[in-house]
Design a binder for this molecule. Sequence first.
Ligand code: ATP
Ligand code: MG
Length: 250
Amino acid sequence: MTTSVTPAPVLALEAVSWSVGGVTIVDDIDLTVREGELLALIGPNGAGKTSLFNLVSGVTRPTAGAITLAGRPVHRLAPHRRARLGIGRTFQSSSVFPTMAVAEHVELAARAVGARRVTAGAVTGVLERVRLAHRATELAGGLSHGDKRKLELAMLLAPTGHRDGPRLMLLDEPMAGVATEEVAELTEVIRWLHHEEGRTLLMVEHHMDVVLDLADRIAVLHHGTLLADGAPETVMAVPEVQRAYLGEEI
Ligand SMILES: Nc1ncnc2c1ncn2[C@@H]1O[C@H](COP(=O)(O)OP(=O)(O)OP(=O)(O)O)[C@@H](O)[C@H]1O
Ligand SMILES: [Mg+2]
């Protein structure tokens, strides 16, 4: 009989909690993201999704538990160290510089994580991957919300300390603020990153049609605890999940 060694998941949270002012916001979470997987993290407003992203990216540190990246503990590292190890993150509210050109954002993002020289070709290459190359010289302030979201993805993909871009992308509500007619194209960009580039993604998203379209697996957070974690159809059939969402926009 042959034994196979299962590689460490890209991301693992082990009994992770985060309390602030005596209130437990993230409560004893066990969660893994495997190589090449797109895991959607869903849950009602205030469930603790962004708080969990903050713990993974290093904005905050867990009050209990451990977070590992490819088996290596990272939960005590500063955000920039985690970024260099390959944890890339977008924020719930759009974070582009209105008076700076699109291409400059990509350059800035690359330099921010240690790249010394960023060629115009490399910048164009990144913009092409998110379908934004045709806007390279425009100011970011004039972009539609959907294009701003694409630019944020480009900034994550910009050459990082980790070869070939981030090994884990955390997307906090990539569709937030995006007009309905732009959702499909943004979904395609994320699908490309996931399927064609084989990237590993953890995505918070309230648009359930996008979640069900893209996710390999869904984890449901509710009052800081993990309510369910599994295949989309299984998770959505769990009565507690349906109850947690009753009357809520998800
Ligand atoms: N720094 C903080 N201090 C105190 N409470 C906080 C802090 N950050 C978050 N919270 C609280 O933690 C809870 C979870 O917030 P969080 O932003 O993680 O939710 P979320 O699931 O991302 O919600 P949404 O879907 O609305 O973005 C909320 O009740 C919020 O008020
Ligand atoms: Mg949030």
